[in-house]
Design a protein around this ligand. Structure first.
Ligand SMILES: NC(=O)c1ccc[n+]([C@@H]2O[C@H](COP(=O)([O-])OP(=O)(O)OC[C@H]3O[C@@H](n4cnc5c(N)ncnc54)[C@H](OP(=O)(O)O)[C@@H]3O)[C@@H](O)[C@H]2O)c1
Length: 493
C-alpha cells in the first residue's frame, strides 16, 4: 500500500556523521530512485562547520559513490542532488537557529512541513529541541513538525524520563519519532504478518503448546575500535533493552484490533508491561553475563575483550542472557530466554520456539517440534517435525521444513529507508512510544545496576565458541538449553 506523502523538508542534523553517510543519505537516494520522495521534497543538512553548498554536494556524491560501488542512475542523481542544501550552525553563533529559520522560511525552495532528524550525540537531543522551540520551529499551527530521536533514548529509566520531560515541553507524543532501527527491518515486520495472517500458527501460539521461546542475536564480531563506547554500555543496554525486547514484543503481543500505528503500539506496550520484573535477590537464576576471552574466529586468532580494552578490571558483559516470564493468560509459565553475544561461533538473529512433548512418544529421546523465524542473515521460516524412517520398523527422525522468505528479484530495503519513508508519511508504528521505552528500561535497569556493583571477575568464553555451559543456570528445566544453530541438529549438545 503506497501512502500519500505531503511535500516536506527533511532537516538533517549531524549529516556529516557516520550514520548519515552510511545509512541516511544512501537511504534517501534509494527512496528517490524508487519514486517514493515527493517531487518538491528538500533535504537541508545542518552541521557545525562552514561548508559551501557546492562542497556539500560533492561530499554527498562521495557518500553515494562509497555506498553504491556498482554505480547509480545519473538522472536520479541529478534530481537527488537538486534537493540538497546545507546550513552551517556553528555552536559559537547565538543566531544560528534564527538564521536556519530564515533559510527555511523561503517557501519557494523549502516545503513548509518539517521533519527534523537528530543524528547527533545523545547529549545534544534535548538542546537541539530546545533551540528549535526557541525560534518557533516546532509550532504545528499551519504545517506539521516531526522530530526523530536516534537511539539511545536515555541510558536508564531516570535519564529517559528526563529526556522525555525536556522534549515534551515543546512536542506532543505524536510529533516524536524514537528510533529502534530493528523495527524498520522487513523480517521483523514479518513476525506479525506470519503470526496473524496464517490460520496455522496463531492457534498454537500459546502456553498450551509452547514449551519455551528463545530470542537470539549473536555476532562473530568483537567490539572493534568501539571499546570505550562499549565499556560504558554493555550488551544488555546496547542490544537487549532495545532490539531484543522489541523482537520479543512482536513475538508475544496479542493481535491488534486493526493494523494501525496506534493498534500495534497499544498491543506492544501491553505485552512489554506484562513482563514480570526480574527478582534481583535471585539474579543468578534469571540473568547471566560473560566476556569473550582470546580465541579463534574464522581461522584467525583474536584477542579477548579485556585485552582489547586494556583494563582487566572491567565487568562489562559481551554476552548477556535473561529468562523472562510474561504474566498474561497466553504466556503463563512459558519461559522466554533471550540472549545477545559478541564473538560467538556464528552470527545469527532468530526466534526459536520449542513445542511441548507430543502425546505419542516412540522410543527414548524423541525430539520436540521447533519453529524458527530467521531474521538475519537468512530471512526464513523453518519447522522441525517428526517423521517415520522408511523401513519395516516404526522409528522416527527429525526432518526440517525450510522456506526462505526472500525470493529472487525481491526488493532489499534497508531498515532506515523504511523508517525515513514512514516519517514522511506520518506513520509512527515502526517507532517507539515512550511507554515502550520506559517499560524496557524498567525491566533491565535493576540487572544493569546489580551487575555494575558486582566487581567479581566475569565468566570468560573463548572467542568463536558456542554458548558458555555456565549459562545453563538460568534454564527452568534440565532438558532446555540454547539452540546453537538454526540448522537441523542445532539443538544437539
Ligand atoms: N552510526 C550508527 O550506525 C548508529 C547506530 C545506532 C544509533 N546511532 C545514533 O545516531 C546518532 C548519530 O550517530 P553517528 O554515528 O553518525 O555519530 P557521529 O558520526 O559521531 O556524529 C554525528 C554528528 O554529530 C556532530 N558532532 C560530532 N561530534 C560533536 C561534538 N563534539 N559536538 C557537537 N557535535 C558533534 C557532527 O556533525 P557536525 O560536525 O557537522 O556538526 C557529526 O557529523 C547518535 O545518537 C548515535 O547514538 C548511530
Amino acid at each position: 500500500m503506497t501512502k500519500q506523502i505531503d511535500p516536506c523538508t527533511l532537516v538533517l542534523f549531524g549529516a556529516s556523521g557516520n550514520l548519515s553517510r552510511v545509512k541516511l543519505m544512501p537511504g534517501l537516494f534509494r527512496l528517490d530512485a524508487a519514486g517514493r520522495l515527493p517531487a518538491e521534497m528538500k533535504i537541508l543538512s545542518v552541521g557545525r562547520g562552514e561548508v559551501s553548498r557546492e562542497a556539500w554536494l560533492a561530499d554527498i556524491k562521495g557518500m553515494l559513490d562509497a555506498k553504491f560501488k556498482k554505480g547509480y542512475d545519473q538522472q536520479v542523481f541529478e534530481r537527488f542532488i537538486e534537493r540538497n542544501f546545507y546550513h552551517a550552525n556553528p555552536p559559537t553563533d547565538p543566531n544560528a537557529f534564527q538564521r536556519m529559520k530564515e533559510t527555511l522560511s523561503n517557501d519557494k525552495v523549502f516545503p513548509q512541513n518539517l521533519a527534523y532528524f537528530l543524528s547527533v550525540r545523545p547529549s545534544d537531543f534535548a538542546p537541539v529541541v530546545d533551540q528549535l522551540a526557541a525560534v518557533d520551529l516546532l509550532n504545528e499551527e499551519n504545517y506539521w513538525r516531526r522530530v526523530v530521536i536516534e537511539k539511545p533514548f536515555g541510558t536508564d529509566l531516570p535519564s529517559a524520563k528526563a529526556l522525555q520531560a525536556s522534549i515534551t515541553k515543546h512536542l506532543k507524543e505524536s510529533q516524536i519519532y524514537r528510533i529502534d532501527h530493528y523495527l524498520g527491518k522487513s523480517a521483523l515486520q514479518n513476525i506479525m504478518l506470519q503470526r496473524f495472517a496464517n490460520t496455522l500458527l496463531e492457534p498454537i501460539w500459546n502456553k498450551d503448546y509452547i514449551d519455551h521461546v528463545q530470542i537470539t542475536n549473536t555476532e562473530m564480531l568483537g567490539v572493534g575500535d568501539r571499546t570505550q563506547f562499549y565499556d560504558a554500555t554493555g550488551a544488555l543496554r546496547d542490544m537487549i533493552q532495545s532490539h531484543i525486547l522489541q523482537t520479543l514484543a512482536l513475538t508475544a503481543m496479542e493481535m491488534p484490533a486493526a493494523l494501525t500505528p496506534e493498534g500495534i503500539r497499544a498491543e506492544k506496550i501491553k505485552v512489554l508491561e506484562a513482563i514480570r520484573a526480574i527478582p534481583v535477590d535471585q539474579l543468578d537464576k534469571h540473568a547471566f553475563r560473560a566476556q569473550y576471552a582470546a580465541g579463534e574466529v574464522n581461522g584467525e586468532q583474536v584477542p579477548g575483550y579485556l585485552e582489547e580494552l586494556g583494563d582487566s578490571s572491567s565487568v562489562v558483559e559481551t554476552y548477556a542472557a535473561l529468562k523472562l516470564f510474561i504474566d498474561n493468560p497466553r504466556w503463563e509459565g512459558v519461559p522466554f530466554y533471550i540472549r545477545t553475544a559478541k564473538r560467538l561461533h556464528e552470527a545469527d538473529t532468530r526466534i526459536s520456539i520449542r513445542f511441548k512433548k507430543s502425546p505419542l512418544q516412540i522410543g527414548d529421546g524423541q525430539d520436540q517440534n521447533w519453529l524458527m523465524l530467521g531474521i538475519q542473515p537468512r530471512e526464513c521460516i523453518k519447522m522441525e517435525i517428526q517423521s517415520k524412517i522408511p523401513g519395516l520398523d516404526i522409528n522416527t527422525r527429525t526432518i526440517q521444513l525450510d522456506a526462505a522468505n526472500r525470493q529472487d528479484g525481491d526488493e532489499s530495503i534497508d531498515a532506515y529507508e523504511a523508517l525515513l519513508l514512514n516519517l514522511m508519511e506520518g506513520d509512527n508504528s515502526l517507532y517507539l512510544h515512550i511507554s515502550e521505552v520506559e517499560a524496557q528500561w524498567r525491566l533491565v535497569d535493576p540487572v544493569i545496576e546489580a551487575w555494575a556493583k558486582d566487581r567479581q571477575p566475569v565468566h570468560q568464553y573463548p572467542a568463536g565458541s558456542r554458548d558458555p555451559e555456565a549459562s545453563k543456570v538460568i534454564f527452568e528445566h534440565e532438558d532446555q538449553f540454547w539452540r546453537y544453530s538454526i540448522e537441523l541438529g542445532g539443538d544437539a549438545h
